[in-house]
Design a protein. Structure first.
Length: 155
């Protein structure tokens, strides 16, 4: 699936995460560094600071992102696309959507951590204008995390 009209895709295929989505999210996430339990998904859905969105294709949940917004800072806590839907620009659409949400909520910067060994994710974030601003030693079981930031001026 190649997206012909990204803005149309963004309008039609995102919605807030619901409790009914949790089994699907639990199923499609990687069992890797940022593995969330069903309980963690449930807590995030009910947390007032947390903005949780799913992306759908043909009414099937294929991606998820969780963004916290505190004052003027947004923090991307989790983002993933189902393995069999990757490399179709869905991750890019999800990043665009979450950055738009952060801007809409008056955030001035967006932070995230990425595994130092996850080069595909680092490439995606670099393409979105993120810059490495620090290292979190032994953040993940497999090693360090790179702290990345993207900031913008108010409009």
């Amino acid at each position: 699936m190649m997206m012909r009209n990204k803005s149309d895709f963004l309008r039609k295929n995102f919605r807030k995460t619901t409790k009914a989505d949790i089994p699907r999210l639990f199923e499609i996430q990687d069992a890797g560094e940022n593995f969330w339990t069903a309980e963690r998904f449930s807590k995030e859905i009910h947390n007032d600071l947390s903005h949780n969105e799913v992306v759908l294709l043909n009414e099937i949940v294929v991606g998820f992102a969780c963004l916290w917004i505190l004052a003027d800072t947004a923090d991307l806590h989790n983002i993933f696309v189902a393995p069999n839907y990757r490399r179709r620009q869905i991750g890019s659409a999800l990043m665009t959507h979450m950055e738009g949400l952060a801007r809409e909520k008056q955030a001035m910067r967006l932070l995230l951590e990425v595994s130092s060994g996850n080069q595909p994710a680092q490439n995606l974030y670099n393409n979105f204008g993120f810059q490495a601003v620090g290292i979190r030693k032994k953040y993940y079981q497999s090693g360090d995390a790179i702290l990345m930031e993207k900031s913008w001026k108010s409009v």
